[in-house]
Design a binder for this molecule. Sequence first.
Ligand code: SAM
Length: 354
Amino acid sequence: MTKKTLSAVQAIEKAQEIAFAPFVFQATNALRELGIFKNIFSKRKKGGASITEIAKDLNITEYGIGVLLEIAASSDIVLINDNDKFELTKTGYFLYASETVNVNFNFTQEVCYKGLFHLTESIKTGKPEGLKELGNWNTIYEGLSIMPRNIADTWFKFDHHYSDAAFDEALTTVLRNKPKTIYDVGGNTGKFAIAACNTSKDVQVKMFDLPGQLNVALKNVKNSGFEDRVSGFEIDWLAKEQVAIPKGADSIWMSQFLDCFSEEEILSILTRLTASMDENTELLIMETFTDRQAFDNAKFALEATSLYFTVLANGNSKMYPAKVFLKLIDKAGLKLKEDLQIGEYHTILVCKKK
Ligand SMILES: C[S@@+](CC[C@H](N)C(=O)[O-])C[C@H]1O[C@@H](n2cnc3c(N)ncnc32)[C@H](O)[C@@H]1O
């Protein structure tokens, strides 16, 4: 961001907003959970809703509605009109109705909020110190298949919201040379493997993931009727004893996977995958890079996601700028063949062996 000139009053206002940011966030969460946003929105054509009306409709005290709406009005989430009734502002409308905002909001509240308290500690130790708020694992990925269902669902909705939207366009790229065998590294829930099988009638997919997650993915594949074309390969890329990566892939696909690792770990993963490739194998990396975003707002969301990696996921990874990946690709013995923009947020780097 370039240097902005704020007046002293504006600057202290911004500082105060930050000092009380969790209050505004939790008040907004209560307004959503208690149905107050919905109630106000439903009365938008009737001149808004008074505190007394909302309290009666929702069976909540006027005191409770009042304290929430006061801070919401000061935060430009609702406004009070000339008849003393509340309406949603544009920001309030997006908090109520935008799918992307709600996916991010739920992720912050349900997955990250308690863990974020431990951020300073994580910066000092390089470990995801906030993860203990969710369970006793070294990384969040070990817990995904066993953590409380509602928290895991929110995690998956956040992850899938960004990758799903890009999969259709990405598949056109992945399948354009008619690969017979694709390795899906970080297969997750099997969504990509299933989409690939639905799009191409003869492609075979081998999903690579941690054992717990791979089980879930293989069950989903079976339920979709593709168990003959999709197999699994159990792997922990961080294990001290390194298993050899089988040869035989025409394409190696990694979507939103390498950002789960530190630069050093990414280099090790890419080097091991490169060793399994021949001169025809394509390695495709799909990521949301911080230096490839059209809007500051998207870059901001990625920077927040980096802090999730720091405090909850693994303590040492982040959302990277593409320039870091270009350097690591080169170091791992790969050359960049294509650099493609996919949808609004994603980039695919198509690589071959040098
Ligand atoms: C952010 S998800 C990406 C999922 C999917 N590819 C997508 O685009 O939505 C990262 C995946 O990498 C897997 N993963 C994380 N750490 C791993 C490790 N150490 N070894 C193997 N897989 C790992 C996780 O289990 C998860 O399925």
